[in-house]
Design a protein. Structure first.
Length: 445
């Protein structure tokens, strides 16, 4: 029995434990499923396809069971309207490009599921008045499992990229974003402040990224922590900040020595060399001068996309090239000869940023309506400064990463949940209390 199989059997055991504990709560089961996609991908294409088919059906079923509790406000109606426009653009693009129906449903569900989850959360809160922290405690437990599983992963398999807790078995992008979302979750859970013991938890989140050899976490995560501690609450500079300031460069220093790709020796605890780090990071993100004929790295992919959109000598793609070449894994298909932008212009399809993906698959119409939808969601956040922080985090991920923040179920749900928690005064459902009292005894099952 391989060590990797042993690891995923442990993950499966934790999954069965959670299913047993929350078996009477359908919404809790849906959240658990969000965080266990990696298990289904590991055990083969059949289990992964079953997961991708079941998840949206299950989500729609839960919405059907609770739809009579929804009383939409103007903000919710606006959000639904914008998402509908995005959905129409997505459908038109897929239809014009002759995408397979199963591929369309699979990719559309990546956007539909977090949207539905945003509807479920306040319904659940209103129909379970005595369990206000129930979902929050479940998310905390799931994040605890990610840290524990990363420790087991490290002991069994050492440092490697593909496995991220129970979330992923075939790619490490979640390990870059989960630490940031985890920090945001702890910060909001503790009433927008960090206690001393929370720093041990933050180290646990960074450990997830360390095991998957992620580089950006050593820069992005400390930056987000600093903004949450001083920018969002408008804290003035005082003596305490001078005690904490050394912490941020220390995290950066440790990151460069702990990540084998950031030091000359290519090993854990290699030497600290800022010039080596800078040159590596620049070449990885943007390539070298002699490679400018193609889009190298994720920065190169974004520059290529901007150039394609604003190049007056090049035709603007309205509805893109469809989903097949970008997401049709295992399907051998030639790119369209008349495409204004091609995946072959990148040094690797893994370098396709969210911006590149949206423009390539859905054209400028898809990009516009997707961004309208996401910023409508983010605008629900009451605090202006927190809204700016969330926007900056999304924009960095969209233009310089892989759009995993929206496309990976666990991350998209957690991101939307954090927005909900930060917007109580702007996203609350007006539930008919008489209707609620008459039906509150019904469980989600």
């Amino acid at each position: 029995m391989s060590k990797e199989l042993i690891y995923w059997l442990i993950v499966a055991f934790s999954f069965l434990y959670l299913l047993s504990k929350y078996r009477n709560d359908l919404f809790a089961l849906l959240i658990i499923l969000f965080f266990y996609e990696g298990m289904f991908t590991y055990f083969g294409q059949i289990t992964w396809n079953s997961y991708k088919i079941f998840l949206p059906i299950f989500a729609v079923y839960i919405l059907y069971k609770r739809i009579h509790y929804i009383r939409l406000t103007k903000k919710q109606k606006k959000l639904i309207f914008i998402f509908t426009l995005f959905s129409i653009a997505f459908i038109i693009s897929s239809f014009l490009n002759n995408d397979y129906i199963l591929l369309f449903l699979n990719q559309y569900s990546r956007y539909l599921i977090p949207f539905l989850a945003l509807l479920f959360i306040p319904i659940y809160k209103n129909t379970h008045p005595n369990t206000d922290n129930y979902i929050e405690n479940l998310i905390k437990k799931l994040l605890d499992f990610q840290i524990i599983l990363s420790g087991i992963n490290f002991l069994l398999l050492g440092l490697h990229e593909n496995i991220v807790g129970s979330i992923s078995s075939n790619g490490g992008s979640a390990a870059t974003l989960l630490p940031v979302l985890g920090v945001l979750f702890i910060w909001q859970r503790k009433k927008r402040k960090f206690e001393k013991k929370d720093w041990f938890y933050i180290v646990g989140f960074l450990f997830i990224g360390f095991v998957s050899m992620k580089r950006a976490i050593w820069i992005i995560t400390p930056g987000i922590i600093f903004l949450l501690m001083y920018y969002v609450p408008r804290k003035r500079l005082n003596k305490s900040i001078f005690l904490l300031l050394p912490l941020f460069p220390l995290i950066f220093y440790l990151g460069l020595r702990l990540n084998p790709t950031f030091n000359k020796e290519q090993k854990v605890w290699g030497s600290f060399n800022f010039d080596y780090f800078y040159n590596y990071a620049y070449k990885y993100t943007f390539g070298e001068k002699e490679t400018k004929s193609i889009g190298v790295g994720r920065g190169g992919a974004t520059f290529l996309t901007f150039n394609s959109i604003f190049n007056s000598d090049q035709e603007l793609s309205l509805f893109g090239n469809g989903l097949l070449n970008m997401y049709g894994v295992g399907i051998d298909a030639d790119e369209k000869h008349n495409a204004v932008m091609r995946i072959s212009q990148l040094n690797s399809v893994t370098m396709a940023t969210g911006f590149f993906q949206n423009y390539y698959t859905g054209g400028i119409i898809g990009v516009i309506f997707f961004l309208m939808y996401i910023f409508t969601v983010i605008s629900l956040t009451k605090n202006k400064r927190l809204r700016i922080v969330l926007s900056l985090f999304f924009l960095w991920e969209y233009f310089l990463y892989a759009n995993a923040l929206i496309r990976i179920p666990a991350l998209s749900f957690l991101f939307f949940y954090l927005i909900y928690k930060s917007s109580f005064s702007t996203i609350s459902y007006a539930v008919d209390r008489q209707l609620l009292q008459a039906k509150v005894h019904h469980s989600l099952s």
